[in-house]
Design a protein around this ligand. Structure first.
Ligand code: VAH
Length: 310
């Protein structure tokens, strides 16, 4: 059985629904600190879990015969900068709890997301390579980089089949994002429909690597379904789809929302974004397990607006 930790988060909700569709509702146990998300209710087993409580997690893994764990619980970049020690503690201890239980219980596979936030101002800005200078400047990025090292260590030393993706900024409409720097690209759609205007917290030309959630969910499942011997990278795979700036996504939305206006009021999140890549080289993912994105800015904008208007 599969356990999803952080199942009520922006990725967790959609990943849980996709896994249930693939493996059967009752074979995917959803868990989170928060109460069950509306979209998950009635779709399969749900348990309340604090992933920081290692004993509680261990009992749950045994009681539910868990053989795969997806760990999505984390404090993201913007929130992390407000409480660095808490972000470090939660992002690291949750992973160490999962990896150690995976070793003790012989868990078949573990999934843990990293992020393009591991790259910093000294990394190449465009087409950032899989292997390059990695000097993260946010606690979130530091915790994700450290986590990648732990994943590779548990794979090399104990043979744990842990797999990971460096997600770009993820855009979705089904569940709210949680404190990310790239979340302007979600807020902009809601505000465009509500008030035909959006006040952006990043500068107009801030290029960032982005991905539509359906692509991110499919990438996660394709990675986890790939034959073990194809997975050459045991830290975390670069993963790309598109890059755009606030100015570009505003123009794309303007094609569908006449009179839409954007204004700019950069805040502390501008410094975070300035340290991140503008675009990602995901050649390793395309070569090792056949990654190929489907959504570009135009296609995503149409789908987001169509679904938010419902
Ligand atoms: C964040 N959405 O903004 C996350 C992501 C690349 C960005 O890691 O923190």
């Amino acid at each position: 059985k599969i356990l999803v930790i952080g199942a009520c988060g922006q990725i967790g909700v959609e990943l849980t629904l996709a896994l249930r569709k693939m493996y059967g509702d009752n074979n995917v146990v959803a868990s989170d600190l928060r109460e069950e998300h509306e979209l998950l209710k009635g779709s399969g087993p749900y348990v309340s879990l604090d992933v920081m409580n290692k004993e509680m997690l261990h009992v749950l893994v045994i009681r539910h015969n868990i053989t795969q764990i997806y760990l999505l619980a984390a404090i993201l970049s913007a929130t992390g900068e407000k409480n660095p020690l808490l972000a470090w503690h939660i992002n690291m201890q949750s992973l160490l709890n999962v990896l150690d239980i995976a070793k003790e219980e012989g868990i078949d596979k573990v999934y843990w997301p990293s992020s393009i936030a591991v790259f910093g101002p000294n990394s190449p800005k465009t087409e950032t390579p899989q292997h390059t200078i990695i000097e993260p400047t946010t606690i979130y990025g530091i915790s994700k980089f450290a986590g990648e090292r732990w994943c590779e260590y548990y794979n090399h030393r104990y043979g744990i089949d842990v797999r990971s993706l460096r997600y770009p900024g993820l855009i979705s409409y089904k569940s709210a994002p949680g404190g990310g720097t790239t979340d302007y690209a979600i807020e902009i759609f809601h505000d465009a429909l509500e008030s035909k205007s959006y006040n952006c917290f990043l500068k107009e030309d801030t290029y960032l690597p982005m991905m539509y959630m359906p692509d991110a969910i499919r990438a996660t499942i394709e990675l986890m379904e790939a034959p073990k011997e194809n997975i050459k990278i045991r830290s975390s795979y670069n993963l790309g789809a598109m890059s755009f700036s606030p100015k570009e996504i505003a123009a794309e939305i303007g094609k569908h929302v006449p009179g839409f206006r954007i204004s700019y009021e950069p805040d502390y999140r501008q410094q975070i974004a300035d340290g991140w890549p503008g675009s990602i080289d995901d050649e390793a993912a395309r070569k090792d397990w056949g990654w190929k994105h489907e959504f570009d800015l135009e296609k995503m904008t149409v789908d987001m607006l169509k679904n938010l208007k419902k």
